[in-house]
Design a protein around this ligand. Structure first.
Ligand SMILES: C[S@@+](CC[C@H](N)C(=O)[O-])C[C@H]1O[C@@H](n2cnc3c(N)ncnc32)[C@H](O)[C@@H]1O
Length: 369
Protein backbone atom coordinates (compact mmCIF):
# COMPACT_ATOMS: atom_id res chain seq x y z
CA UNK A 1 0.00 0.00 0.00
CA UNK A 2 1.26 3.46 -0.87
CA UNK A 3 0.97 5.95 2.00
CA UNK A 4 -0.01 8.64 -0.48
CA UNK A 5 -3.05 6.67 -1.68
CA UNK A 6 -6.39 8.13 -0.59
CA UNK A 7 -6.96 6.30 2.69
CA UNK A 8 -10.66 5.62 2.91
CA UNK A 9 -12.33 2.46 4.12
CA UNK A 10 -15.20 0.78 2.22
CA UNK A 11 -17.71 3.17 3.85
CA UNK A 12 -15.69 6.15 2.60
CA UNK A 13 -14.55 7.07 6.12
CA UNK A 14 -11.05 8.44 6.68
CA UNK A 15 -8.69 5.85 8.14
CA UNK A 16 -6.66 6.70 11.26
CA UNK A 17 -2.90 7.07 10.84
CA UNK A 18 -0.65 5.55 13.50
CA UNK A 19 3.02 4.71 14.01
CA UNK A 20 3.79 1.37 12.43
CA UNK A 21 6.38 -1.38 12.67
CA UNK A 22 6.99 -2.81 9.19
CA UNK A 23 8.51 -6.32 9.14
CA UNK A 24 8.78 -9.19 6.63
CA UNK A 25 5.83 -11.56 7.11
CA UNK A 26 8.14 -14.33 8.31
CA UNK A 27 9.09 -12.16 11.31
CA UNK A 28 5.51 -11.11 12.08
CA UNK A 29 4.84 -13.42 15.00
CA UNK A 30 8.12 -12.57 16.69
CA UNK A 31 7.47 -8.85 16.22
CA UNK A 32 3.93 -9.06 17.63
CA UNK A 33 5.21 -10.90 20.73
CA UNK A 34 7.91 -8.28 21.27
CA UNK A 35 5.47 -5.37 20.86
CA UNK A 36 3.18 -6.91 23.48
CA UNK A 37 6.12 -7.27 25.84
CA UNK A 38 7.04 -3.62 25.26
CA UNK A 39 3.40 -2.57 25.73
CA UNK A 40 3.47 -0.97 22.30
CA UNK A 41 0.90 -3.00 20.39
CA UNK A 42 -2.26 -1.13 19.38
CA UNK A 43 -5.10 -3.67 19.48
CA UNK A 44 -7.76 -1.22 18.36
CA UNK A 45 -6.31 -1.13 14.84
CA UNK A 46 -5.90 -4.02 12.38
CA UNK A 47 -2.54 -5.27 11.09
CA UNK A 48 -2.07 -4.49 7.36
CA UNK A 49 -0.59 -6.88 4.79
CA UNK A 50 1.50 -5.02 2.22
CA UNK A 51 2.99 -7.43 -0.33
CA UNK A 52 5.52 -9.55 1.64
CA UNK A 53 5.41 -7.27 4.67
CA UNK A 54 3.22 -6.68 7.69
CA UNK A 55 2.55 -3.19 9.05
CA UNK A 56 1.78 -3.57 12.75
CA UNK A 57 0.07 -0.59 14.42
CA UNK A 58 1.79 0.88 17.47
CA UNK A 59 0.33 2.79 20.42
CA UNK A 60 3.04 5.46 20.16
CA UNK A 61 6.46 6.16 18.59
CA UNK A 62 8.93 3.68 20.11
CA UNK A 63 11.46 5.13 22.60
CA UNK A 64 15.20 4.72 21.88
CA UNK A 65 15.39 1.81 24.36
CA UNK A 66 12.46 0.11 22.56
CA UNK A 67 14.31 0.48 19.26
CA UNK A 68 17.41 -1.08 20.84
CA UNK A 69 15.33 -4.05 22.02
CA UNK A 70 13.85 -4.39 18.49
CA UNK A 71 17.32 -4.33 16.93
CA UNK A 72 18.36 -7.13 19.29
CA UNK A 73 15.47 -9.47 18.35
CA UNK A 74 14.17 -8.55 14.86
CA UNK A 75 16.71 -8.78 12.03
CA UNK A 76 14.78 -6.50 9.64
CA UNK A 77 12.29 -3.76 10.47
CA UNK A 78 11.29 -0.18 9.74
CA UNK A 79 9.33 2.36 11.81
CA UNK A 80 7.04 4.63 9.80
CA UNK A 81 3.48 6.01 9.85
CA UNK A 82 0.67 4.06 8.24
CA UNK A 83 -3.08 4.22 7.68
CA UNK A 84 -4.88 1.44 9.55
CA UNK A 85 -8.47 0.35 9.67
CA UNK A 86 -10.28 -0.01 12.97
CA UNK A 87 -10.56 -3.60 14.20
CA UNK A 88 -14.07 -5.06 14.53
CA UNK A 89 -14.89 -5.06 18.24
CA UNK A 90 -15.31 -8.59 19.62
CA UNK A 91 -18.43 -9.12 21.73
CA UNK A 92 -17.97 -8.49 25.43
CA UNK A 93 -17.43 -11.63 27.47
CA UNK A 94 -18.58 -12.21 31.06
CA UNK A 95 -15.00 -12.17 32.32
CA UNK A 96 -14.37 -8.76 30.63
CA UNK A 97 -17.06 -7.26 32.88
CA UNK A 98 -16.30 -9.32 35.94
CA UNK A 99 -12.52 -8.76 35.73
CA UNK A 100 -12.55 -5.91 38.25
CA UNK A 101 -15.64 -7.03 40.21
CA UNK A 102 -14.58 -10.49 41.41
CA UNK A 103 -11.49 -11.57 43.33
CA UNK A 104 -8.96 -12.67 40.65
CA UNK A 105 -8.73 -16.25 41.97
CA UNK A 106 -12.48 -16.72 41.30
CA UNK A 107 -12.45 -15.56 37.68
CA UNK A 108 -11.53 -19.03 36.41
CA UNK A 109 -14.75 -20.39 37.98
CA UNK A 110 -17.06 -18.02 36.04
CA UNK A 111 -19.32 -20.37 34.03
CA UNK A 112 -18.97 -20.41 30.25
CA UNK A 113 -22.24 -22.23 29.49
CA UNK A 114 -25.38 -20.09 29.39
CA UNK A 115 -28.70 -21.46 28.08
CA UNK A 116 -31.16 -19.07 26.48
CA UNK A 117 -34.90 -19.73 26.53
CA UNK A 118 -36.72 -16.76 25.01
CA UNK A 119 -35.50 -13.70 26.93
CA UNK A 120 -34.38 -15.79 29.91
CA UNK A 121 -30.73 -16.77 30.47
CA UNK A 122 -30.01 -19.81 32.64
CA UNK A 123 -26.69 -20.29 34.35
CA UNK A 124 -25.16 -22.67 36.87
CA UNK A 125 -23.36 -20.84 39.67
CA UNK A 126 -20.58 -22.93 41.26
CA UNK A 127 -20.54 -22.96 45.11
CA UNK A 128 -17.44 -20.71 45.33
CA UNK A 129 -19.29 -17.94 43.40
CA UNK A 130 -22.55 -18.18 45.39
CA UNK A 131 -21.97 -14.85 47.18
CA UNK A 132 -21.30 -13.13 43.81
CA UNK A 133 -24.32 -14.51 41.93
CA UNK A 134 -26.14 -11.15 41.58
CA UNK A 135 -22.97 -9.54 40.14
CA UNK A 136 -22.70 -12.40 37.63
CA UNK A 137 -26.41 -12.05 36.76
CA UNK A 138 -25.96 -8.32 36.06
CA UNK A 139 -22.92 -9.11 33.89
CA UNK A 140 -24.98 -11.61 31.87
CA UNK A 141 -27.55 -8.87 31.22
CA UNK A 142 -24.80 -6.47 30.10
CA UNK A 143 -23.23 -8.99 27.71
CA UNK A 144 -26.58 -10.20 26.31
CA UNK A 145 -28.76 -7.17 25.67
CA UNK A 146 -31.92 -9.14 24.81
CA UNK A 147 -31.95 -10.98 28.16
CA UNK A 148 -34.60 -9.72 30.58
CA UNK A 149 -34.14 -12.28 33.37
CA UNK A 150 -31.21 -14.35 34.58
CA UNK A 151 -31.99 -17.58 36.42
CA UNK A 152 -29.53 -19.61 38.46
CA UNK A 153 -30.18 -23.35 38.60
CA UNK A 154 -30.89 -24.22 42.23
CA UNK A 155 -31.64 -27.94 41.96
CA UNK A 156 -31.13 -30.86 39.62
CA UNK A 157 -33.92 -31.87 37.19
CA UNK A 158 -36.14 -34.02 39.39
CA UNK A 159 -39.44 -35.83 39.80
CA UNK A 160 -42.00 -37.27 37.41
CA UNK A 161 -42.47 -33.92 35.67
CA UNK A 162 -38.70 -33.45 35.21
CA UNK A 163 -38.57 -29.97 36.74
CA UNK A 164 -35.79 -28.03 38.42
CA UNK A 165 -35.86 -25.07 40.78
CA UNK A 166 -34.48 -21.69 39.78
CA UNK A 167 -33.55 -18.48 41.53
CA UNK A 168 -33.87 -15.12 39.78
CA UNK A 169 -30.44 -13.47 40.14
CA UNK A 170 -30.96 -10.47 37.85
CA UNK A 171 -33.68 -8.72 35.88
CA UNK A 172 -37.43 -9.26 35.97
CA UNK A 173 -38.73 -11.74 38.55
CA UNK A 174 -40.24 -14.43 36.24
CA UNK A 175 -39.79 -17.94 34.87
CA UNK A 176 -42.26 -17.73 31.96
CA UNK A 177 -41.23 -16.69 28.46
CA UNK A 178 -41.78 -17.26 24.74
CA UNK A 179 -39.09 -19.25 22.94
CA UNK A 180 -38.60 -19.61 19.18
CA UNK A 181 -37.09 -22.78 17.72
CA UNK A 182 -37.02 -23.90 14.05
CA UNK A 183 -39.79 -21.47 13.14
CA UNK A 184 -42.11 -22.61 15.96
CA UNK A 185 -43.18 -20.54 18.97
CA UNK A 186 -43.26 -22.08 22.45
CA UNK A 187 -44.80 -20.52 25.53
CA UNK A 188 -43.17 -22.11 28.55
CA UNK A 189 -42.82 -21.60 32.28
CA UNK A 190 -39.52 -23.21 33.23
CA UNK A 191 -40.64 -23.77 36.82
CA UNK A 192 -43.79 -25.63 35.71
CA UNK A 193 -42.89 -27.59 32.57
CA UNK A 194 -39.72 -29.20 31.21
CA UNK A 195 -37.93 -27.41 28.41
CA UNK A 196 -34.32 -27.56 27.23
CA UNK A 197 -32.87 -25.53 24.35
CA UNK A 198 -30.07 -28.11 24.24
CA UNK A 199 -32.46 -30.54 22.52
CA UNK A 200 -33.06 -28.19 19.60
CA UNK A 201 -31.01 -30.20 17.10
CA UNK A 202 -32.61 -33.46 18.24
CA UNK A 203 -36.13 -32.05 17.80
CA UNK A 204 -35.25 -31.05 14.25
CA UNK A 205 -33.48 -34.32 13.45
CA UNK A 206 -36.44 -36.47 14.46
CA UNK A 207 -39.03 -34.17 12.85
CA UNK A 208 -37.09 -34.34 9.56
CA UNK A 209 -37.35 -38.14 9.52
CA UNK A 210 -41.17 -38.16 9.64
CA UNK A 211 -42.81 -38.90 6.29
CA UNK A 212 -46.12 -37.67 4.92
CA UNK A 213 -49.06 -39.76 6.09
CA UNK A 214 -47.48 -40.96 9.34
CA UNK A 215 -49.22 -41.36 12.67
CA UNK A 216 -46.80 -40.42 15.47
CA UNK A 217 -47.10 -40.98 19.22
CA UNK A 218 -44.99 -38.53 21.27
CA UNK A 219 -45.24 -40.35 24.62
CA UNK A 220 -43.53 -37.69 26.80
CA UNK A 221 -44.32 -34.53 24.87
CA UNK A 222 -43.68 -31.69 27.35
CA UNK A 223 -44.73 -28.35 25.84
CA UNK A 224 -44.69 -29.87 22.34
CA UNK A 225 -41.18 -29.39 20.92
CA UNK A 226 -41.20 -32.62 18.84
CA UNK A 227 -44.94 -32.77 18.10
CA UNK A 228 -45.45 -29.19 16.95
CA UNK A 229 -42.33 -29.14 14.76
CA UNK A 230 -43.41 -32.40 13.09
CA UNK A 231 -46.85 -30.93 12.41
CA UNK A 232 -45.30 -27.73 11.03
CA UNK A 233 -42.98 -29.64 8.70
CA UNK A 234 -45.51 -32.07 7.23
CA UNK A 235 -48.85 -31.50 5.49
CA UNK A 236 -50.42 -34.83 6.25
CA UNK A 237 -49.49 -36.13 9.71
CA UNK A 238 -51.29 -36.89 12.92
CA UNK A 239 -49.38 -36.59 16.19
CA UNK A 240 -50.70 -37.76 19.55
CA UNK A 241 -48.80 -35.71 22.15
CA UNK A 242 -49.07 -37.11 25.68
CA UNK A 243 -47.82 -35.69 28.96
CA UNK A 244 -48.67 -36.45 32.57
CA UNK A 245 -47.94 -32.90 33.82
CA UNK A 246 -51.13 -30.75 33.66
CA UNK A 247 -49.09 -27.52 33.37
CA UNK A 248 -47.04 -28.94 30.50
CA UNK A 249 -50.25 -29.94 28.71
CA UNK A 250 -51.73 -26.46 29.26
CA UNK A 251 -48.67 -24.99 27.53
CA UNK A 252 -48.78 -27.74 24.89
CA UNK A 253 -52.40 -26.86 24.03
CA UNK A 254 -51.56 -23.16 23.91
CA UNK A 255 -48.55 -23.85 21.67
CA UNK A 256 -50.59 -26.07 19.35
CA UNK A 257 -53.02 -23.16 18.93
CA UNK A 258 -50.33 -20.46 18.54
CA UNK A 259 -48.54 -22.53 15.89
CA UNK A 260 -51.87 -23.32 14.14
CA UNK A 261 -51.44 -27.09 14.10
CA UNK A 262 -54.75 -27.98 15.83
CA UNK A 263 -55.77 -30.22 12.93
CA UNK A 264 -52.62 -32.32 13.18
CA UNK A 265 -51.74 -32.52 16.92
CA UNK A 266 -53.96 -34.14 19.55
CA UNK A 267 -52.86 -33.06 23.06
CA UNK A 268 -53.57 -35.61 25.77
CA UNK A 269 -53.13 -35.25 29.53
CA UNK A 270 -52.28 -38.55 31.21
CA UNK A 271 -49.83 -41.34 31.86
CA UNK A 272 -48.45 -42.57 28.52
CA UNK A 273 -48.99 -46.23 29.45
CA UNK A 274 -52.66 -45.70 30.25
CA UNK A 275 -53.31 -43.40 27.26
CA UNK A 276 -51.70 -45.79 24.74
CA UNK A 277 -53.61 -48.78 26.12
CA UNK A 278 -56.93 -46.91 26.15
CA UNK A 279 -56.78 -45.31 22.71
CA UNK A 280 -53.61 -45.81 20.66
CA UNK A 281 -52.92 -49.56 20.41
CA UNK A 282 -51.47 -50.67 17.01
CA UNK A 283 -51.87 -47.21 15.51
CA UNK A 284 -48.39 -45.65 15.35
CA UNK A 285 -45.84 -45.52 12.54
CA UNK A 286 -43.42 -43.82 14.93
CA UNK A 287 -43.06 -43.51 18.70
CA UNK A 288 -40.91 -40.86 20.44
CA UNK A 289 -39.79 -41.79 23.97
CA UNK A 290 -37.95 -38.75 25.32
CA UNK A 291 -38.00 -39.60 29.01
CA UNK A 292 -34.37 -40.73 29.25
CA UNK A 293 -34.37 -41.73 32.93
CA UNK A 294 -37.37 -44.07 32.58
CA UNK A 295 -38.04 -44.77 28.88
CA UNK A 296 -36.80 -48.35 29.37
CA UNK A 297 -39.89 -49.05 31.52
CA UNK A 298 -42.17 -48.01 28.64
CA UNK A 299 -40.61 -50.05 25.81
CA UNK A 300 -43.40 -52.64 26.15
CA UNK A 301 -46.17 -50.07 25.78
CA UNK A 302 -44.35 -48.31 22.92
CA UNK A 303 -44.39 -51.70 21.13
CA UNK A 304 -48.14 -51.94 21.77
CA UNK A 305 -48.62 -48.54 20.10
CA UNK A 306 -46.68 -49.50 16.94
CA UNK A 307 -48.70 -50.84 13.98
CA UNK A 308 -48.63 -54.64 13.45
CA UNK A 309 -46.66 -54.15 10.20
CA UNK A 310 -43.95 -52.33 12.15
CA UNK A 311 -42.68 -48.82 12.80
CA UNK A 312 -39.87 -46.66 14.14
CA UNK A 313 -38.96 -46.12 17.79
CA UNK A 314 -36.82 -43.21 19.05
CA UNK A 315 -35.59 -44.50 22.40
CA UNK A 316 -33.68 -42.18 24.79
CA UNK A 317 -31.61 -42.93 27.87
CA UNK A 318 -28.97 -41.46 30.14
CA UNK A 319 -25.83 -43.49 30.48
CA UNK A 320 -22.41 -43.13 32.02
CA UNK A 321 -21.20 -46.49 30.73
CA UNK A 322 -17.78 -46.47 29.00
CA UNK A 323 -19.38 -47.31 25.65
CA UNK A 324 -22.65 -45.33 25.83
CA UNK A 325 -24.05 -46.09 22.37
CA UNK A 326 -23.41 -49.82 22.52
CA UNK A 327 -24.84 -49.94 26.08
CA UNK A 328 -28.05 -48.18 25.03
CA UNK A 329 -28.51 -50.50 22.03
CA UNK A 330 -28.02 -53.60 24.17
CA UNK A 331 -30.43 -52.33 26.85
CA UNK A 332 -33.12 -51.65 24.26
CA UNK A 333 -32.68 -55.04 22.58
CA UNK A 334 -32.86 -56.73 26.02
CA UNK A 335 -36.04 -54.83 26.92
CA UNK A 336 -37.58 -55.85 23.58
CA UNK A 337 -37.17 -59.50 24.58
CA UNK A 338 -39.89 -58.93 27.18
CA UNK A 339 -42.34 -57.94 24.39
CA UNK A 340 -43.71 -59.84 21.40
CA UNK A 341 -41.87 -57.51 18.96
CA UNK A 342 -38.27 -57.44 17.70
CA UNK A 343 -35.71 -54.84 16.67
CA UNK A 344 -35.45 -55.43 12.90
CA UNK A 345 -32.52 -53.06 12.67
CA UNK A 346 -30.89 -50.27 14.64
CA UNK A 347 -31.01 -47.33 12.26
CA UNK A 348 -28.81 -45.03 14.34
CA UNK A 349 -27.38 -44.54 17.81
CA UNK A 350 -26.00 -41.13 18.72
CA UNK A 351 -25.03 -38.97 21.66
CA UNK A 352 -27.57 -36.18 22.02
CA UNK A 353 -25.62 -34.20 24.64
CA UNK A 354 -23.37 -34.55 27.65
CA UNK A 355 -25.39 -34.11 30.86
CA UNK A 356 -22.54 -34.36 33.40
CA UNK A 357 -18.87 -35.39 33.25
CA UNK A 358 -18.88 -38.86 31.65
CA UNK A 359 -22.70 -39.00 31.44
CA UNK A 360 -24.61 -38.62 28.21
CA UNK A 361 -28.13 -38.56 26.87
CA UNK A 362 -28.18 -40.97 23.95
CA UNK A 363 -30.82 -41.90 21.39
CA UNK A 364 -31.34 -45.15 19.55
CA UNK A 365 -33.53 -45.08 16.43
CA UNK A 366 -34.77 -48.60 15.82
CA UNK A 367 -37.00 -50.21 13.23
CA UNK A 368 -39.45 -52.48 15.07
CA UNK A 369 -41.10 -55.48 13.40
C1 LIG B 1 -37.57 -34.91 29.36
S1 LIG B 1 -39.19 -34.22 29.24
C2 LIG B 1 -39.33 -34.20 27.48
C3 LIG B 1 -40.17 -33.08 26.95
C4 LIG B 1 -40.17 -32.92 25.44
N1 LIG B 1 -40.36 -34.15 24.74
C5 LIG B 1 -38.94 -32.21 24.96
O1 LIG B 1 -38.20 -32.78 24.14
O2 LIG B 1 -38.68 -31.06 25.33
C6 LIG B 1 -40.18 -35.58 29.74
C7 LIG B 1 -41.65 -35.28 29.91
O3 LIG B 1 -42.31 -36.52 30.21
C8 LIG B 1 -43.37 -36.25 31.11
N2 LIG B 1 -43.71 -37.54 31.76
C9 LIG B 1 -43.08 -38.16 32.77
N3 LIG B 1 -43.67 -39.35 33.03
C10 LIG B 1 -44.67 -39.48 32.16
C11 LIG B 1 -45.63 -40.48 31.90
N4 LIG B 1 -45.66 -41.60 32.62
N5 LIG B 1 -46.52 -40.31 30.91
C12 LIG B 1 -46.51 -39.18 30.16
N6 LIG B 1 -45.63 -38.17 30.36
C13 LIG B 1 -44.70 -38.33 31.33
C14 LIG B 1 -42.84 -35.17 32.01
O4 LIG B 1 -43.89 -34.43 32.59
C15 LIG B 1 -41.99 -34.32 31.03
O5 LIG B 1 -42.72 -33.24 30.53
Amino acid sequence: MNLNEPSLNTLGLKLPEAPSLRVPKALGEKAIRLLRKLNLSNRELGIQHVEDYLCIPLLSEPLPEDIKEMERSIPEFEISAHKFSQRAKRPLKLVDILGDKLPPHLLASVPHAIDFVGDIAIIEIPPELESHKETIGEAVMKTHKRVGTVLAKSSAVEGVYRLREFEVIAGVEKTETVHREHGCVYHVDLSKAYFSPRLSHEHDRVASLVREGEMVVDMFAGVGSFSILIAKKRENVRVHAIDVNPDAVDFLRRNVAVNRVEKKVVSILGDARRVVRERLVKMADRVIMNLPERAIEYVDVACEAIKPEGGIMHYYEFTSAPNPLETAKVRLIEAMKRTNRKVKQVLLARTVRATAPFTWQVVVDAEIQ
